[in-house]
Design a binder for this molecule. Structure first.
Ligand code: G3D
Ligand code: MG
Length: 195
């Protein structure tokens, strides 16, 4: 008769966006996280892939709508739609291509401009760590310098995390989503909004 652990007490639904230059690994990260059997669609008007995913943590059901920008320049005009209603972002760069870290300014600018005025928690994701080469790839120190600059720019209003991943090996992929989820919940509670 002890069935209580199967009961769902609360459901949270949130939209998460994956942003960053082309080929940094956004789609691979999303697919690695979701595994097989998820429902995925391509939204032609916005130039984005999106997929739904649910997971039960304790007695809480989390439902994610994960949006992953295809990123062709022709979609620039409709990109605000892509960001609309996002609760958090994974902001991805490729450690083997330093310019993809520099370009995060552009992506974060676009994210902040098009999301809720209260701000949006984010995690800077250093992807392709399996290809990391000392002296050639973006070092942790370089990436952390960037993250510190961002944190002081937004003066600790909302969480800005940093994580090193590989969509190839799966390293830290679950952790990236779990940490973002925690940041979002913390932020929603702080600004007094229910999800
Ligand atoms: P995008 O969605 O950001 O544009 P993709 O990027 O997910 O399409 O990935 C671009 C390429 O990088 C793909 O290679 C993909 O397999 C590879 N890739 C993504 N993440 C990793 C990673 O962590 N490690 C390694 N080694 N490769 C990765 P292809 O050759 O399929 O185009
Ligand atoms: Mg993609």
């Amino acid at each position: 008769m002890k069935q209580l652990s199967n009961e769902i007490e609360r459901t949270f639904v949130f939209k998460i966006v994956l942003i960053g230059d082309g080929a940094v690994g956004k789609t691979s990260i999303r697919k690695k996280y979701m595994g097989q059997g998820f429902r995925s669609e391509y939204l032609n008007t916005v130039g984005a892939d999106f997929a739904y995913f649910s997971e039960k943590v304790g007695e809480t059901l989390y439902k994610y709508a994960i949006w992953d920008l295809a990123g062709q320049p022709k979609f620039t005009n409709v990109r605000p739609l892509f960001y609309q209603g996002a609760f958090g972002a994974l902001v991805v760069f490729d450690v083997t291509r330093p310019e993809t870290l520099e370009n995060l300014d552009f992506w974060i600018e676009e994210l902040v401009r098009n999301t809720r005025t209260e701000g949006v928690p984010m995690i800077i994701v250093a992807n392709k760590m399996d290809l990391y080469e000392e002296g050639k790839s973006v070092s942790k120190e370089q990436a952390m310098n960037y993250v510190e600059k961002l944190r002081s720019r937004f003066s600790g209003e909302f969480q800005i995390g940093y994580i090193e991943t590989s969509a190839k090996t799966g390293m830290n992929i679950k952790e990236a989503f779990a940490t973002l989820r925690d940041y979002i919940i913390e932020w929603q509670q702080k600004i007094g909004q229910s999800i």
